[in-house]
Design a binder for this molecule. Sequence first.
Ligand code: G4P
Length: 537
Amino acid sequence: MDLIKETAKRKTFAIISHPDAGKTTLTEKFLLFGGAIQTAGAVKSNKIRKTATSDFMEIEKQRGISVATSVMGFEYAGKRVNILDTPGHKDFAEDTYRTLTAVDSVILVVDCVKGVEEQTEKLMGVCRMRHTPVIIFINKMDREGRNPFELLDELEEKLEISARPLTWPIGQGQSFKGVYNLYQKGLNLFEANTTRISESIIRVSNPEDPELEKWIPESFCKRLREDVALIEGVYEPFDKGLYRDGLLAPVFFGSAINNFGVKELLETFLEVAPSPDKREAMERTVKASEETMTGFVFKIHANLDPNHRDRTAFFRICSGRFERNKFYHHTRLDKKIRFSSPTHFMANEKSVIDDAWPGDVIGLYDNGSLKIGDTLTEGENLHFRGIPSFSPEIFKSLENRDPMKSKQLDKGIRQLTEEGVAQLFIQPGNRKIIGTVGELQFDVIKFRLEHEYGAQCDFTPLRYHKALWVTGTDKEMLEEFLRRKWTAIAHDKEEHPVFLAESEWMLKVAREDYPALEFHTTSEFKTESEQQSNGIH
Ligand code: G4P
């Protein structure tokens, strides 16, 4: 009974956006509403600033702070809200993709001036792949932005999802008056204010209600009525089922910095967003309501203090009740493992807990036995799917600068890649190729190898364009391919062969010459066809 009640209470989600659209500001306002923080500005420190790209120490400092704030939990209106933080910096996109495997839904923030940006599209691709329900918040309505209808068209076209406005802006920028709530039939008047935590909604029966004229100028009322008529005529009514299947995104307009439209968003989110339900494991579908505990590791965070080489594994509970000090089955290592001090994260604090429920993300102390993607159960051999590696975009070979320290370098690079800092590909002769999505990771690796493992390295840029996992039922053809292309073949840590293509054209030729082989853009092959249709390349 507790299990059903606790599961239904939980809403585990991430706020995602292109950098600067307002993710940090919105997160902070949610925490203010939840009473988890008292002052604005408390979350700011978690952000890796764009100017920090060359200032690695600053990033490290901020990374340190982010340990406590990577998961932010609070109680609101009888619900337990778990916000999973994702790094805003694009070089940490891989980290964000992995975090998205641990949520039940997302809120996507879009800047009304800039519209859909590059990172928005990429993140949305990951959501589509997993059919994650998405709510869109169009932010910065206090600025002169784009026409809201035009923005909706762009969302539908670029994000390949149907959009359904649930609130509608009245004016914009200097003349922004507020929003009309199409869902709850109310008027929320704009007031520039960064600290208030209440929003007063004026109830109106419909847009024709003469009550509107009392609050907003006539010309704005007229325009609103026309807009609403158009919306109701063109857009299908909001359908919770379609939203939950990831096919329809409800859209809200507001201004996070002014705390405007945030409460409406949060309350509708709590009403419509799914609680933990079911998860696909390789062997079967696992329901959150199952009595036995299951869950997986989606993120590893190293302690930055070189004297304490321990790490925190972020573990998402999928079913059952997690208990402190109970032995669980580590399916990859086939061994029993227990945790004496699992932690919960509440805003900026973490505390040891005795139990946790589906949807919760807890921190597990790890001395090296946990890896990203590991599953824990009460004995069953399960492997949760959906934590693939994506093809990196930048490749460099790793050169050891101190031959006396090659053991340290080997160990360091293995551990760092297990944490998901970068991907490691090995070629014959133990030649190591590091693949990342951003330049910043190379600074991170270099710095950490030196400070945590005492190893020194250099990187030589390589001209590869993409890494593709190769499979094929025609064993002879596969072997011939691997032999002929040996200079462009490496193996990942699981010893899967990977083709390092120098260009899109080379890949096309390989596909034509070896038609029986499959070239996968992620390490999780079974979802490949889905990814192709979802635009993840
Ligand atoms: P991010 O996490 O998505 O990268 O964005 P963040 O919340 O840090 O917001 C980026 C910038 O946009 C910040 O300004 C923030 O104050 C501003 N902002 C957020 N919401 C709104 C809004 O509703 N209206 C307007 N006009 N601005 C908004 P900054 O100058 O980069 O930082 P700061 O000096 O304000 O901290």
